[in-house]
Design a protein around this ligand. Sequence first.
Ligand code: DAH
Length: 362
Amino acid sequence: MSDHDPMVELSAGLAAIAAEYEAALASAVDEHALRTANGRFVGPQGSLTLLMKRMPELPGDRRKEFGQQGNALKQAITGAFDEHLLRIAQAIRQAELTGPALDVSLPARARPVGRLHPITRIQDELLDIFTSLGFEVADGPDIDFHENCFDKLGFPKDHPATDMQDTFFVSQRDRGDAATTLLRTHTSTIQVREMSRRKPPLAIVAPGAVYRRDDDATHSPMFHQIEAFVVDTDVTFADLKGVLQLFAQRLFHKDITVRVRPSYFPFVEPGGEVDFGCVFCRAWEGDAARTAACRVCKGSGWVEVLGCGMIHPVVFENVGYDPKEVSGFALGMGMDRLAMLKYGIPNIKLLYENDVRFLSAF
Ligand code: DAH
């Protein structure tokens, strides 16, 4: 008999593993430590797993005995593992039950509540007013053709609005004005778009973002307008004035005063600018001292709100209507300015800074 008996060596290995396992168990204080320790013995590379793989070293008649010893140890380890895991869980539960109480009366953590942006709110109000008067809502692209923004609205070729200084051009690539694309400078583009694809009668309102190379306390390079126009037979300036009056009353006050001053826009004739009685000093109430001290209207009693007029015959011709058969009015205004007037916002920049202290105040 050789002095090296593999059965003795492997059995001794089992005994050593049993002792080591007991020690490892005793020092595992939480579930993670316990599972890690367990893996060192019975995991795929664990010491017991590797030892059992050495079975072929034994003579055939000893293998069964070793296999039984190994399995018995593995079962003992599994049993001890389960028991220890249970003890850890119980200890955690016990600590919860005897530890400091959870105070369910503490106030809950406040969740910030979102709200509509002032531009969205004014847009909703304006669309409510115009749709209640029978206007349909239309939309158009922010990037449009030179043609829709200027040419078909009767702007002469050298009009300053078409200047690089005032307009953001997207591409010019020498394709001629008609194909040039730009960020629309006003929502009057929708007049051209809707009239070109539809026949009168039309009563349309169209809100949207517009862009100009302008940047100061009262101008932002991106702002918002809303356009409204009506085309039918026999539309008169009186219809325009009636809509303006109703609109001002519904948006601001039933007694508000409205005046139209002559002004020039290439796509209307006659054209006008519309002032509302100042909503800050409520100029229509006739308190002269209050109006004199008003910072918003600077004592004049009027604030400028929009541009309007009777749609120019050239525009009708450009969209394929006969100006002898149809007539119409159009108006356009800045929604930012209306929001500032309605909600008392002093600086247009506040609308675009996304400062929650401002946004949550309105
Ligand atoms: N598009 C003009 C602007 O941006 C505003 C305007 C004036 C619109 C007169 C109209 C109008 O429809 O008739 O300044």
